[in-house]
Every structure is written in C-alpha cells, then in structure tokens.
Design a protein around this ligand. Structure first.
Ligand code: GDP
Length: 426
C-alpha cells in the first residue's frame, strides 16, 4: 500500500516526525519533490537530525530510502548528509536515487543568490538553494538528469550549449564571472562518483514493490499553501507539494496512493514572504516561537525565526482539501499548554465580507482574521497515550478544529518523539 505524508499549510507542520513514526512499519520511503531548501527535524535514539535531502526513513535498517525523479537533487548535500548520519553511528542506510532525478547545478545556486540580490526588497525570501532556477531549467528543458552523467560526450556538448545563455546572464545581467565548461564538466564527474552507487530505475523498482505488497510512504516537503498551482502564488515553492504529485515525482500509478495523511500543526508558522492572515507579532509571537516545535520555531535549514500565528481553519480546510486528505495528523499540540485562552482564526474578512473559503492571492492580501477564542487547558499533555485522558478543553480544541476543517483527525502528536502519539479511531 502507498501512503503519502504531506503538509496542509506553509510547511514545518511536523511531517518529519510523522513520517519517521510511520516508517517503523514501512518498507520504502520516497521523497518526490522539492530540494534541500527545507528540512525535517527528527529526534530519535541516535540524536537530533536536520535532514534536507534524505527521507526520514534513513534511521531504520529495514527501510529503503528513495530520492524520486521529482526531487531537485543536490548531490554534494546528499553525499554529506549520508556521511553526517553514519558519523553519528546510524547504520549505513539503503538509498536509491532515480536515474531521472535532475541535478541542482552549482550555477542554480549562484543564480538564486544573484537574483535575490538583484530583487532587493522585492525578493521572494528564497533559501538560495537554487530551487527556483533548477525547476525553471527543468521545464525549459535544459536541466541535467542523473543518467546524463554517464554519457560523457553528450554531456560535454550539452554543458557548452547551456553555458552560452547562462554566461550571457552572469556577465551582463549580474556582472559576475562566467562559468568555465571544463570546470563544470569536472565537477559533474565528481558528482557522478558520489551518486553512482545509488542510481536506480526507481519507477520500475516501485512498480515491483507495489506488486509485492510492500508498504511505501511518500514524504512531501513544505505544504499545500506553497504549491505553485494551488498555493499563495508567487510566494510558493517551485515544485508541487501535493500528494497527487507524489505519483509523478515517484513514478507510480496515482490510484495506488490509498491514504493521504495531511499533517496539521496546532498553531501556525511560516517562513518567507507572503500573506499570513492569522499572523501574530511582538511578545505574543516571541513566546509561541520560543516554546514552539522542539526547541523553538526556527528554520531547520536556515535557522531563521519563523513567522508565527494562531491556528487558521480557513487555510487548513483548504490545505486539507487540495491534498485529498484521508487522515489528519494534528501535531505540536503540547506546546499550547501554557495559554489561558487560545485564539483560532475561523474566517477571513475581505472587503467587509466574511468567508471560510481560501481566496486567490490578491484577495488574501486584504484578508483580516476573524478570531474565536477557546479556553486553554493549562497543563502539560506530554506522555498521555489515550485520547480520553487528554484534558477536556484540549479535546474540545481538537474537536473544534476537526469540525471547522471537515477532515478526520486520526492522530494527535503531543511531543517530538516517535512515541509521543495518540491514535484516535474515527
Ligand atoms: P516538517 O518540515 O513538517 O517535518 O516540520 P519540522 O521538522 O521542521 O518542524 C517540526 C518541529 O516540531 C521539529 O522540531 C519536531 O521535532 C517538532 N515536533 C514535531 N511534532 C511535535 C509535537 O507533537 N510536539 C512538539 N513539542 N514538537 C514536535
């Protein structure tokens, strides 16, 4: 069976923890989109890890970790990530990289930096990992697939052809040094050495695995609102963050994805620019940021402070719908235990009218939050294993959110560890 674990919001919902937990019963974990621009934080018996490229299953010796064709593959980062986990005593994971995955080129990272500099105050708040230039090139059909590393003559020719336009932009738009074709070729030969042991026809591998009845997890990066089609365009990422794209980015039949577990955090946080209706500021935000997640709401890749907000029912209802949610995993609920009262955004007021439908970006920019305040539970809920043992106000909070978003909350996460989970039969 194939299950997808995806986010309903802006990312950082706790997908890493949920995937890591579900990985216990999974044979294969696949990353199907995105690149090293975001990270999952995973806490387990080996320590605390921020993974940017590897799927969360690398900590189990019974799982195969796969980088699907939809991923923006940064080969040196993959290589170093494997090293960093084995250095900490984790057994060498079984990793496969799609021969159709495309490679983040050194110039993608440069172009990302230079373009953000050029845009100045109007920049996208990119993590400068080269993701937008990478996907632009992929769809402009001048990207490099992993399999191309193994055809040296055609690779050389293609490098020269692609560098013609890259160098014109580098020298004339950004006033930076041109790239030397030989140097780039040599770099790619180093990449080939690094990636060669892992290269595989992933789609064929997964086809066989599905036929053999294996348990497969598709692990999404970021969340619905960062999807380039259905998110807060243009303040989105450059690859689809939706479970449906899992079929394409892994190379499996769409009808095989039977469960879509959408991860939803009990409050909101976001990184980068863009409308964030339920955002809070000042001391209120600082307190939630410090207490949030596991050790504060700061980017796993960048360390930058996340923007904070109350739970947003409008955005989450939409985010769950667009994912095709079968199950909601409601995470980081324990963090809210300090609040006397908990505001929740239940509607958007746009030009004097209140809606619960998530609008397109222009209207979203004008939206003001309609807040409802629920009573807090004022205690620590970590360690609780049974739903019925949660304080009444905590259950009321969960049930209120479930009612508003219209999708069943079947898991409640009350701490960062794998075992901090409460299952709920719905
Ligand atoms: P992802 O990108 O969706 O995987 O989310 P991140 O890993 O960036 O952010 C989730 C953060 O919250 C990490 O630091 C996790 O260890 C932590 N976390 C996940 N679930 C819980 C939870 O239920 N409670 C607490 N306190 N922290 C959690």
């Amino acid at each position: 069976m194939v299950q997808a674990v995806v986010g309903a919001n802006w990312g950082d919902e706790g997908k890493g923890k949920i995937t890591d937990m579900l990985a216990e019963k999974a044979d294969i974990i696949v990353r199907f989109q995105g690149g090293a621009n975001a990270g999952h934080t995973i806490v387990n018996d080996y320590g605390k890890f921020a993974l940017h490229t590897l799927p969360s299953g690398v900590f189990y010796d019974h799982t195969t970790s796969i980088i699907g064709n939809g991923v923006a593959l940064n080969i040196p980062i993959l290589f170093n990530e494997i090293k960093s986990i084995t250095d900490k005593g984790v057994p060498a994971p079984k990793i496969l990289v799609s021969d159709r995955a495309q490679i983040v080129m050194p110039y993608h990272i440069l172009f990302d930096q230079y373009e953000e500099e050029r845009l100045g105050g109007k920049s996208f708040g990119s993590t400068k990992s080269g993701i937008a230039p990478f996907y632009s090139d992929k769809y402009a059909k001048i990207g490099f697939q992993v399999n191309e590393l193994f055809f040296e003559d055609t690779l050389k020719e293609k490098i020269e052809r692609v560098l013609v336009t890259k160098n014109i932009l580098l020298e004339n738009l950004y006033h930076k040094p041109a790239i030397d074709a030989n140097e780039l070729f040599n770099t790619l030969m180093e990449y080939k050495e690094m990636v060669a042991p892992y290269v595989c026809d992933v789609s064929a591998y997964l086809w066989d695995a599905i036929k053999a009845g294996k348990n497969i997890l598709l692990e999404g990066q970021l969340g619905s609102l960062k999807d380039p089609d259905h998110g807060i365009y243009p303040m989105v990422t450059s690859s689809s963050t939706l479970a449906a794209y899992g079929a394409i980015g892994a190379g499996i039949p769409p009808y095989e994805i039977r469960k879509i577990i959408t991860v939803v955090k009990a409050y909101s946080s976001a990184v980068g620019a863009g409308a964030f209706v339920s955002e809070i500021f000042g001391d209120e935000a600082d307190e939630l940021r410090q207490r949030g997640g596991d050790g504060g709401e700061f980017g796993a890749t960048t360390g930058r402070p996340r923007r904070m907000g109350w739970f947003d029912c409008v955005a989450t209802k939409y985010g769950c719908r667009i994912q095709g949610t079968t199950d909601v995993a409601f995470t980081v609920l324990d963090v809210l235990g300090y609040l006397d009262e908990i505001p929740v955004c239940v509607g958007y007021e746009i030009d004097g009218e209140v809606t619960t439908d998530f609008p397109t970006t222009g209207k979203l920019e004008k939206a003001k939050p309609v807040l409802k305040t629920l009573p807090g539970w004022k205690c620590d809920i970590r360690g609780i294993k049974e739903y019925d043992e949660l304080p009444e106000n905590c259950r009321k909070y969960i049930e209120f959110v479930e009612q508003e978003i219209g999708f069943p909350i079947t898991m409640v996460s009350n701490g960062p560890k794998r075992s901090d989970i409460i299952y709920r039969n719905r």
